[in-house]
Design a protein around this ligand. Structure first.
Ligand SMILES: CC(C)(COP(=O)(O)OP(=O)(O)OC[C@H]1O[C@@H](n2cnc3c(N)ncnc32)[C@H](O)[C@@H]1OP(=O)(O)O)[C@@H](O)C(=O)NCCC(=O)NCCS
Length: 193
Protein backbone atom coordinates (compact mmCIF):
# COMPACT_ATOMS: atom_id res chain seq x y z
CA UNK A 1 0.00 0.00 0.00
CA UNK A 2 1.32 3.41 -0.92
CA UNK A 3 0.01 6.69 0.49
CA UNK A 4 1.02 9.79 -1.39
CA UNK A 5 -0.07 13.26 -2.37
CA UNK A 6 -2.95 13.33 -4.85
CA UNK A 7 -2.27 15.11 -8.14
CA UNK A 8 -4.52 16.48 -10.86
CA UNK A 9 -3.72 13.41 -12.99
CA UNK A 10 -5.24 11.20 -10.27
CA UNK A 11 -8.62 12.91 -10.35
CA UNK A 12 -10.50 10.44 -12.53
CA UNK A 13 -9.35 7.53 -10.36
CA UNK A 14 -10.26 9.41 -7.19
CA UNK A 15 -13.67 10.11 -8.71
CA UNK A 16 -14.21 6.37 -9.32
CA UNK A 17 -13.42 5.68 -5.67
CA UNK A 18 -15.78 8.48 -4.59
CA UNK A 19 -18.63 7.10 -6.74
CA UNK A 20 -18.24 3.69 -5.11
CA UNK A 21 -18.25 5.01 -1.56
CA UNK A 22 -20.35 8.12 -1.15
CA UNK A 23 -23.63 9.58 -2.37
CA UNK A 24 -21.98 13.03 -2.33
CA UNK A 25 -20.44 13.33 -5.79
CA UNK A 26 -19.17 16.78 -6.57
CA UNK A 27 -18.88 17.99 -10.16
CA UNK A 28 -15.51 17.45 -11.84
CA UNK A 29 -14.74 21.17 -11.77
CA UNK A 30 -14.87 21.12 -7.96
CA UNK A 31 -12.30 18.34 -7.78
CA UNK A 32 -10.12 19.98 -10.42
CA UNK A 33 -10.26 23.30 -8.62
CA UNK A 34 -9.26 21.74 -5.29
CA UNK A 35 -6.43 19.69 -6.73
CA UNK A 36 -4.99 22.59 -8.70
CA UNK A 37 -5.27 25.36 -6.18
CA UNK A 38 -4.15 23.22 -3.22
CA UNK A 39 -2.05 20.42 -4.67
CA UNK A 40 -0.19 19.84 -1.44
CA UNK A 41 -3.04 19.03 0.97
CA UNK A 42 -4.92 16.10 -0.60
CA UNK A 43 -3.77 12.49 -0.40
CA UNK A 44 -4.59 9.08 -1.77
CA UNK A 45 -3.86 5.45 -0.96
CA UNK A 46 -3.12 3.10 -3.85
CA UNK A 47 -2.72 -0.66 -3.82
CA UNK A 48 0.10 -2.69 -5.37
CA UNK A 49 -1.55 -2.39 -8.81
CA UNK A 50 -1.73 1.38 -8.56
CA UNK A 51 -5.50 1.39 -8.00
CA UNK A 52 -6.81 4.23 -5.84
CA UNK A 53 -8.43 2.60 -2.80
CA UNK A 54 -8.84 5.66 -0.59
CA UNK A 55 -8.41 9.40 -0.64
CA UNK A 56 -8.89 12.57 1.32
CA UNK A 57 -9.60 15.75 -0.58
CA UNK A 58 -9.06 19.07 1.17
CA UNK A 59 -9.21 22.78 0.54
CA UNK A 60 -8.54 26.04 2.36
CA UNK A 61 -11.28 28.67 2.43
CA UNK A 62 -11.98 31.93 4.18
CA UNK A 63 -13.99 31.54 7.37
CA UNK A 64 -17.67 32.24 6.78
CA UNK A 65 -18.11 34.84 9.53
CA UNK A 66 -14.54 36.11 9.78
CA UNK A 67 -13.17 36.46 6.23
CA UNK A 68 -9.74 37.49 7.49
CA UNK A 69 -9.37 33.98 8.90
CA UNK A 70 -8.57 30.82 6.95
CA UNK A 71 -10.08 27.41 7.54
CA UNK A 72 -8.90 23.98 6.37
CA UNK A 73 -11.72 21.85 4.94
CA UNK A 74 -11.94 18.10 4.64
CA UNK A 75 -14.20 17.95 1.58
CA UNK A 76 -14.33 14.23 1.00
CA UNK A 77 -12.83 11.12 2.57
CA UNK A 78 -13.45 7.53 1.63
CA UNK A 79 -11.85 4.12 1.52
CA UNK A 80 -13.01 1.21 -0.67
CA UNK A 81 -14.83 -1.48 1.31
CA UNK A 82 -12.22 -4.28 1.08
CA UNK A 83 -9.58 -1.91 2.43
CA UNK A 84 -11.48 -0.61 5.46
CA UNK A 85 -10.50 -1.08 9.11
CA UNK A 86 -6.82 -1.16 8.16
CA UNK A 87 -6.09 2.34 9.43
CA UNK A 88 -6.06 3.96 5.97
CA UNK A 89 -8.56 6.73 6.70
CA UNK A 90 -6.71 7.63 9.86
CA UNK A 91 -3.40 7.84 8.01
CA UNK A 92 -4.92 9.91 5.22
CA UNK A 93 -6.51 12.28 7.75
CA UNK A 94 -3.23 12.60 9.68
CA UNK A 95 -1.31 13.43 6.53
CA UNK A 96 -3.91 15.99 5.48
CA UNK A 97 -3.80 17.60 8.91
CA UNK A 98 0.00 17.85 8.84
CA UNK A 99 -0.05 19.36 5.37
CA UNK A 100 -2.79 21.84 6.31
CA UNK A 101 -0.93 22.94 9.42
CA UNK A 102 2.51 23.17 7.83
CA UNK A 103 1.40 25.09 4.74
CA UNK A 104 2.05 28.75 4.11
CA UNK A 105 -1.50 29.74 5.06
CA UNK A 106 -2.19 29.87 8.79
CA UNK A 107 -5.50 28.18 9.41
CA UNK A 108 -7.62 28.62 12.53
CA UNK A 109 -9.19 25.17 12.49
CA UNK A 110 -10.00 22.21 10.28
CA UNK A 111 -13.67 21.71 9.49
CA UNK A 112 -15.76 18.88 8.09
CA UNK A 113 -19.34 17.70 7.79
CA UNK A 114 -20.54 14.23 8.56
CA UNK A 115 -23.95 12.57 8.28
CA UNK A 116 -25.71 12.16 11.59
CA UNK A 117 -26.09 8.44 10.85
CA UNK A 118 -22.46 7.79 9.82
CA UNK A 119 -21.26 5.96 12.92
CA UNK A 120 -17.97 4.82 11.40
CA UNK A 121 -16.91 8.32 10.33
CA UNK A 122 -18.17 9.88 13.57
CA UNK A 123 -16.11 7.46 15.60
CA UNK A 124 -13.06 8.18 13.48
CA UNK A 125 -13.37 11.95 13.70
CA UNK A 126 -14.49 12.28 17.32
CA UNK A 127 -12.87 9.37 19.14
CA UNK A 128 -9.69 8.87 17.15
CA UNK A 129 -8.83 12.25 15.67
CA UNK A 130 -10.15 14.67 18.31
CA UNK A 131 -12.66 16.62 16.20
CA UNK A 132 -15.27 18.43 18.30
CA UNK A 133 -18.95 18.82 17.55
CA UNK A 134 -19.53 22.40 16.39
CA UNK A 135 -23.19 22.47 15.39
CA UNK A 136 -25.97 20.49 13.77
CA UNK A 137 -26.85 21.61 10.24
CA UNK A 138 -30.40 20.56 9.47
CA UNK A 139 -31.06 18.97 6.06
CA UNK A 140 -27.48 19.65 4.97
CA UNK A 141 -27.39 16.75 2.50
CA UNK A 142 -29.33 16.50 -0.74
CA UNK A 143 -31.50 13.67 0.59
CA UNK A 144 -32.52 15.75 3.63
CA UNK A 145 -30.25 14.14 6.23
CA UNK A 146 -28.77 16.39 8.92
CA UNK A 147 -25.03 16.90 9.24
CA UNK A 148 -22.79 17.48 12.20
CA UNK A 149 -20.34 20.23 11.50
CA UNK A 150 -17.13 19.28 13.34
CA UNK A 151 -13.95 21.19 13.99
CA UNK A 152 -10.40 20.48 14.99
CA UNK A 153 -8.85 23.64 16.44
CA UNK A 154 -5.33 24.48 15.36
CA UNK A 155 -3.07 26.47 17.60
CA UNK A 156 0.29 27.92 16.79
CA UNK A 157 2.15 31.15 17.28
CA UNK A 158 1.23 33.77 14.77
CA UNK A 159 3.80 36.32 13.80
CA UNK A 160 2.13 39.51 12.50
CA UNK A 161 4.53 39.87 9.56
CA UNK A 162 4.04 36.28 8.48
CA UNK A 163 0.30 36.80 8.60
CA UNK A 164 0.51 39.69 6.13
CA UNK A 165 2.85 37.75 3.82
CA UNK A 166 0.51 34.80 3.88
CA UNK A 167 -2.57 36.84 3.06
CA UNK A 168 -0.93 38.37 0.00
CA UNK A 169 0.64 35.11 -1.06
CA UNK A 170 -2.74 33.40 -1.39
CA UNK A 171 -3.99 34.51 -4.78
CA UNK A 172 -1.28 36.03 -6.91
CA UNK A 173 -1.64 36.46 -10.68
CA UNK A 174 0.92 33.74 -11.04
CA UNK A 175 -1.17 31.26 -9.06
CA UNK A 176 -4.22 32.01 -11.17
CA UNK A 177 -2.30 31.71 -14.43
CA UNK A 178 -0.86 28.37 -13.36
CA UNK A 179 -4.29 27.11 -12.33
CA UNK A 180 -5.91 28.22 -15.61
CA UNK A 181 -3.16 26.60 -17.68
CA UNK A 182 -3.48 23.36 -15.75
CA UNK A 183 -7.29 23.32 -16.13
CA UNK A 184 -6.92 23.87 -19.90
CA UNK A 185 -4.40 21.02 -20.10
CA UNK A 186 -6.68 18.71 -18.15
CA UNK A 187 -9.67 19.62 -20.37
CA UNK A 188 -7.63 18.79 -23.50
CA UNK A 189 -6.55 15.49 -21.94
CA UNK A 190 -10.14 14.58 -21.01
CA UNK A 191 -11.43 15.55 -24.48
CA UNK A 192 -8.88 13.21 -26.07
CA UNK A 193 -10.19 10.43 -23.82
C1 LIG B 1 -15.39 6.22 7.31
C2 LIG B 1 -14.27 5.52 6.54
C3 LIG B 1 -13.55 6.58 5.70
C4 LIG B 1 -13.28 4.90 7.53
O1 LIG B 1 -12.20 4.35 6.76
P1 LIG B 1 -11.24 3.20 7.37
O2 LIG B 1 -10.00 3.21 6.54
O3 LIG B 1 -11.97 1.93 7.48
O4 LIG B 1 -10.95 3.79 8.83
P2 LIG B 1 -9.74 3.35 9.77
O5 LIG B 1 -9.38 1.92 9.51
O6 LIG B 1 -8.66 4.35 9.66
O7 LIG B 1 -10.47 3.42 11.17
C5 LIG B 1 -10.15 4.38 12.13
C6 LIG B 1 -11.25 4.44 13.18
O8 LIG B 1 -12.50 4.81 12.58
C7 LIG B 1 -13.57 4.18 13.30
N1 LIG B 1 -14.27 3.23 12.41
C8 LIG B 1 -13.93 2.90 11.15
N2 LIG B 1 -14.84 2.04 10.64
C9 LIG B 1 -15.76 1.85 11.60
C10 LIG B 1 -16.96 1.09 11.66
N3 LIG B 1 -17.39 0.35 10.64
N4 LIG B 1 -17.70 1.15 12.80
C11 LIG B 1 -17.32 1.90 13.85
N5 LIG B 1 -16.17 2.63 13.86
C12 LIG B 1 -15.41 2.61 12.74
C13 LIG B 1 -12.92 3.40 14.43
O9 LIG B 1 -12.82 4.30 15.53
C14 LIG B 1 -11.55 3.13 13.85
O10 LIG B 1 -10.58 2.88 14.84
P3 LIG B 1 -10.33 1.36 15.31
O11 LIG B 1 -10.12 0.55 14.06
O12 LIG B 1 -9.11 1.48 16.17
O13 LIG B 1 -11.58 0.95 16.05
C15 LIG B 1 -14.82 4.39 5.65
O14 LIG B 1 -15.67 3.57 6.42
C16 LIG B 1 -15.58 4.88 4.42
O15 LIG B 1 -14.99 5.13 3.37
N6 LIG B 1 -16.91 5.01 4.54
C17 LIG B 1 -17.74 5.47 3.43
C18 LIG B 1 -17.46 6.91 3.09
C19 LIG B 1 -17.63 7.82 4.27
O16 LIG B 1 -18.52 7.63 5.09
N7 LIG B 1 -16.77 8.85 4.36
C20 LIG B 1 -16.83 9.83 5.41
C21 LIG B 1 -17.74 10.91 5.01
S1 LIG B 1 -17.86 12.18 6.24
Amino acid sequence: MNIRRAEAADLLNILKCNLHNLPENYPMRFWTYSALIWPEISFLAENEDGKVVGYVLCSIERAEKFPHQWVGHINSLSVLRPYRRMGLARQLMDMAKDALIRGTILIEYIQLHVRKSNRAALSLYRDKLGYKHHRLEAKYYGDGEDAYSMRLPVTYMKHPQTWVAVSYHYVTDNTLQLARRAVAQLRRKLAKG
